[in-house]
Design a protein around this ligand. Structure first.
Ligand code: COA
Ligand code: AMP
Length: 637
């Protein structure tokens, strides 16, 4: 059957308001919109202006009221603890009501912010939904960040309450969250009024009298009393959540998501992009701390009446590289969404894919990849071993759903390896040169999206509209800058090649080299530094820091390098995966003093590079290459 993509995409471009109004019919509104799109609001207009709604109602209540009370909403599978559980829509609603009641009892109301600091457990989703129910704005912080990163987010979001777990579990170690939380609150100028802590058996947290509450106990009481909390009507344009993501500095960007447009876009994507029917099991193997988790572990599957799977484990080592196949087979997963890194990890452990044969994958129909570039080798491997379409799609925290993809639900277009395929409805994607002129097909340039952005995308940054404009809108007037460089071919397929800023992508995690440089520069022995992302077979990229020591420092460099590795882990967190600090005599610079980071990266990767015309002293590049070779890099292996 030919794909309906071109017809559907064309309609979204010709008459976006009619297109999105039709999609919005899938959502239950408390009050309909005055305008589908109001160009006079915000920085570039807002979707569904005047409408009122509640995201939690659309995720839970309506399915309980209309035919799905007994269907599993959340399946929890935790190979790292050996636990599993399944909760029906009715059960999730009861728990979300109870959790919302706990928040209300401590004064949380519409518009208040609530930070959620939890691992991959069902309560993380329930806490998000409870906030949505109250019209409170959640901000989930990924567990792999250190106290200082959590503190930055507490200070910026100004939460009334924090919902946390006592610990997360990583292979071989229990990560006690409570000491990190206490330290973060200590560091932050803003103090929350209440902290709710879910005690897990692997690490009991000490609660601070007056401020901290035992979430499990309070929820138990609220459930026993049958407490319910009405869904609070919010404006479609009100914020549902803030999700902090790496920018070019140590100060993360608070990406804001609204309620109405977000629901419309995500609901549309489940059927049309992912090809999922309500009632089916959809598994996103990511973390609720990332945008992929927000959209496709929590909101989209539940808006659609599907079953979502919460997986607390790793693709390898919990217990082996067959765990993804075991989970797919145990729970009749029809579609898996994960980052290519997960597949590189599996392929490394089980290159022949032998473990796949141990499981019945009859229900499994498709694999979606995103979060980083899907290298053709990995994609080909997954296709060969699984025998289902493997679909790369490209998006960002900012957009909340795919900018480009291959719409399984509309009928797949031919897949081109290395390309996340074609723009999704509502996205007018173009490729411009640095002066803002369109480049010919097949030419590398800045990938931009003509304004307005479609529903679901960020309207602004939390309390930073100026930063929103300067980061995304000012450089190419009339366009949103994705900060990705790429190519569009003659057939309209996109190829995303690299970031144009200081962001790197490590195991599908978005990290700021600028933030790491700030940490390195804070070391008393460091005069200057540069962090670049170098190619890593497993994680795609890995950070590599070059440091120049202050004159007169005569301690062993190995000692200082080990300290630098430690402080990045302490200040940013283990997720930064910063393991390589290299002392050099000088950094290569242009005559105007700009550090030549791209050239250093090319040398580290052993790539051919052109000597920058403006380089101050070409001899430094040889020194950099020698330093890298000593570590087995720069093509020496
Ligand atoms: N809480 C605390 N620490 C965490 C954490 C969390 N939620 N998540 C990761 N970390 C730690 C890891 O334990 C590791 O610590 P270590 O340096 O002591 O080993 C460090 O952060 C780096 O983690 P990661 O880069 O994920 O490497 P890894 O070697 O632990 O695992 C993979 C490699 C490929 C198995 C893993 O990255 C993975 O499953 N990736 C899938 C991709 C994904 O989910 N991407 C999310 C966006 S879609
Ligand atoms: P994040 O905001 O964490 O989702 O990271 C977004 C960035 O990850 C994008 O700007 C890209 O640089 C990269 N990215 C995400 N998905 C893809 C993909 N399918 N192909 C290439 N790069 C991707």
């Amino acid at each position: 059957m030919p794909s309906r993509y071109h017809e559907v995409y064309g309609k979204s471009m010709r008459d976006p308001e009619a297109f999105w109004a039709e999609a919005a019919a899938e959502i239950d509104w408390i009050k309909p919109w005055d305008k589908v799109f109001d160009p006079s609001l915000g920085s570039f207009g807002q979707w569904f202006a005047g409408a009122e709604c509640n995201t939690c109602y659309n995720c839970l209540d309506r399915h309980v009221e209309r035919g799905r009370p007994g269907q599993p909403a959340i399946i929890y599978d935790s190979p790292i603890t050996g636990k599993s559980a399944s909760y029906t829509y009715k059960e999730v609603l009861a728990r979300v009501n109870a959790l919302a009641a706990c928040l209300v009892d401590k004064g949380v109301t519409k518009g208040d912010r609530v930070i959620i600091y939890m691992p991959m457990i069902p309560e993380a989703l329930m806490a998000m939904l409870a906030c949505a129910r109250l019209g409170a704005v959640h901000s989930v912080v990924f567990g792999g960040f250190a106290a200082r990163e959590l503190a930055t987010r507490i200070e910026d979001a100004g939460p009334k309450a924090i919902v946390a777990a006592s610990c997360g579990i990583e292979p071989g170690r229990v990560v006690a969250y409570k000491p990190l939380l206490d330290e973060a609150i200590e560091l932050s100028a803003h103090k929350p009024e209440a902290c709710f802590v879910l005690q897990r058996e692997q690490a009991e947290a000490t609660l601070i009298e007056g401020r901290d509450h035992d979430l499990g106990a309070l929820m138990g009481e609220a459930m026993a009393a049958g407490r319910t909390v009405d869904c609070v009507p919010v404006k479609a344009t009100d914020p549902l959540y803030i999700l902090y993501t790496s920018g070019t500095t140590g100060q993360p960007k608070g990406v804001v998501r609204d309620n109405g447009g977000h629901m419309v876009a995500l609901k549309w994507s489940m059927k049309n992009l992912y090809g999922i029917e309500p009632g089916e099991v959809f598994w996103t193997a990511s973390d609720v701390g990332w945008v992929v988790g927000h959209s496709y572990i929590v909101y989209a599957p539940l808006l659609h009446g599907a079953t979502t799977l919460v997986f607390e484990g790793k693709p390898v080592g919990t217990p082996d590289a067959g765990v993804f196949w075991r989970v797919i087979s145990d729970h009749n997963v029809v579609s898996l969404f994960t980052a290519p890194t997960a597949f590189r990890a599996i392929k490394k452990e089980d290159p022949e894919g032998k473990l796949i044969g141990d499981y019945d994958l009859a229900a499994f129909r498709s694999l979606f990849l995103a979060g980083e570039r899907a290298d053709p080798d990995t994609l080909q491997w997954a296709e060969d071993k699984l025998g289902v379409p493997v679909i790369d799609h490209w998006w960002q925290t900012e957009t909340g759903w795919a900018i480009a993809g291959n719409p399984l639900g509309l009928g797949l277009l031919p897949i081109k390896h290395g390309s996340p395929s074609v723009p999704m409805p509502g996205y007018d994607v173009q490729v411009l040169d640095d002066a803002g002129h369109p480049v010919p097909a097949g030419t590398l340039g800045n990938v931009v999206i003509k304004l307005p952005l479609p529903p679901g995308c960020l309207p602004t940054l939390w309390q930073a509209p100026e930063r929103f404009r300067s980061s995304y809108l000012d450089e190419f007037p009339g366009y949103y800058k994705t900060a990705d460089a790429g190519i569009m071919d003659e057939e309209g397929y996109l190829f995303i090649m690299a970031r144009t800023d200081d962001i790197i992508n490590v195991a599908g995690h978005r990290l700021s080299t600028g933030a790491m440089e700030e940490v390195l520069a804070s070391h008393p022995d460091v005069a200057e530094c540069a962090v670049v992302g170098i190619t890593d077979k497993l994680k795609g990229q890995t950070p590599c820091g070059f440091v120049v020591l202050k004159a007169g420092v005569d301690r062993p460099t190995a000692e200082i390098e080990a300290e630098l590795v430690r402080i990045v882990r302490e200040k940013i967190g283990p997720v930064a995966a910063f393991k390589l600090a290299i002392t050099v005599e000088r950094l290569p610079k242009t005559r105007s003093g700009k550090i030549l980071r791209a050239t250093m990266r090319q040398i580290a990767d052993g790539d051919a590079f052109k000597m920058p015309a403006t380089i101050d002293d070409p001899g430094i590049l040889d020194e950099i290459e020698d330093a890298l070779k000593e570590r087995g890099l720069a093509g020496s292996t």
